[in-house]
Design a protein around this ligand. Sequence first.
Ligand code: FPP
Length: 276
Amino acid sequence: MPRAAGGQDMTMSSMVADETALPARRHLNGAPVHVGVIMDGNGRWAARRGLPRIEGHRRGLEALRETVRAAIDFGLDYLTVYSFSMENWNRPVQEVADLMALLKRFIRNDLNELHKSGVKVKVIGARANLKADIRALLDEAEDKTKANSRLTLVVAFNYGSRQEIAAAARALAEEVTAGLIKASEIDEMLFARHLDTAGIPDPDLIIRTSGEQRLSNFLMWQAAYSEFVFLPMHWPDFDRQAFSAALAEFSGRDRRFGGVTGQYRNGKLLAGAAKT
Ligand code: FPP
């Protein structure tokens, strides 16, 4: 059966009037399918305790582990975590090295457990300027878990949304130049298929810890209709209870996708419903 960028069956299109919104299988009972997390505040958590920043990141990794386990228990399909942005290269050399080491530790120590739990790992972001050992670990994580389907853990590493969008535009321009597509064929669906997140539904909910209220170059295209929950706690303090409370807040939100209440099912405009 043909699949659209968001992974939905194309035959669903006969039931809906709008092809642009990506699917959300469990919206009917108020639970999100895809949650994105901006894991912010590790440094401040450490500073408050008089600890080095790396200690905040280590505790942040613990919180990430608990979050993945909770995401499985809560029945999410996708969890995307912002673990290293392209702008994070501007941090002190030692901190960058510490974050690279933490990623390696996470994959080396946790990959087997993730695999046994049915987690599929997908990494988004640029690979080319990463060291060969890191690239190999990311490839191994994706390859080993590619057949899993319980939860897709999307690790945004060396990721930047503007850079991702520019790369998609570049790839499309090259296809036009090569005569593979016409410029007039470029629409939202085709563009989305050229992003790192091709095939992944847009995040329903984005959670950011540490009290900051911004996207910081995270999933800017994909977050067009995401709900946001900003939490005052720093990332190392994020736990299952905080996650559950954020999901409860999400379930009380009225998502209209530019329409009016009751027009949408599974993130898509119902046939016959007028778009506003
Ligand atoms: C933001 O806090 C956090 C990061 C830049 C890194 C996030 C990393 C982890 C949660 C650990 C797991 C790591 C990997 C690579 C899997 P911040 O350092 O900006 O905190 P601050 O704003 O208080 O300084």
